[in-house]
Every structure is written in C-alpha cells, then in structure tokens.
Design a protein around this ligand. Sequence first.
Ligand code: DQA
Length: 143
Amino acid sequence: MNITIINGPNLNMLGQREKEHYGDFSYKKLVDTVKEHAAYKSVDLDVFQSNHEGEIVSKIQTSESDCFIVNAGAYTHTSIAVRDALAAVSKPFLEVHISNVYARDRFRHSSYLSDIAEGVICGLGIYSYIAAIDYFVHKYSSV
Ligand code: DQA
C-alpha cells in the first residue's frame, strides 16, 4: 500500500515554533519517525512538505498513492483550493494535526477538509500520524 503524507506551511519549523503547542521534536524527527513506522508496517510512504498552496494542490493531483494523510497546517482553515484538489482526486484521506486545534483559537476550530475526510485525528503529536498510518493499514488489510 502507498500512502502520501502532505504537510503544509510552517511544519518545517517544528522544533522551533510554539513548542507549547507542537512539542520540541524537529521536522526531521517527525519524518524519520513516520518512515520508520511505515517500514515496520510494510507501507510505501512518501512524505511531502510545502509552504506553498499551489505546490500542495499539484502534489495531490499528481500523486499515485492510494490515500493521503494531510496536515495542511493553516491551509486547513483557509484553503478551498486544497479541499477542491482532494475532492477532485477522490482518494481517501485523513486530516491530522499535531496540536489539539479545538483547545486553541476559535479560527482553528473550522476546517475546509474535515467533512470530506474519512476521519480527523488531532492533539496526539507525532502519534497523530502514526495512528493515521495504522488506520490505513488496518483498513486495507482486514478484507
Ligand atoms: C496544525 C494546526 C494548525 O491550526 C496550524 O496552523 C498549523 C499546525 C497542527 O498540526 O496542529 O500549522 O495543523
């Protein structure tokens, strides 16, 4: 099974940005951890990060993976374009967040992605991604 993780703007700043919300692990640590877990679960994993909305849209359009794990960062709360790209390719995806967006600013409580996502995982730090990988492994291996 192929999964693409899509990380949006400022996630490359993990380890430096707002540690009270995102913890002190770096972006490299996040990538290494999810890749190690994916290898353990025999998942073919592609991890992508961009600070640019159009690049995220293009990645969604051109990816050949079976499904997506999407942390669109702030674009979660603003981007009709990212939503439309996910709707256009019509592949299953999970929306993930490192922080608990519902315990934060009100504008983070709304998402352009949640209602078309298969599910939403937030507040678990790196484990939000691990849980998302495990969900797809379970979904695609239990038939
Ligand atoms: C985030 C939450 C968003 O509100 C924020 O803009 C981010 C990161 C998270 O992973 O907790 O950049 O998606």
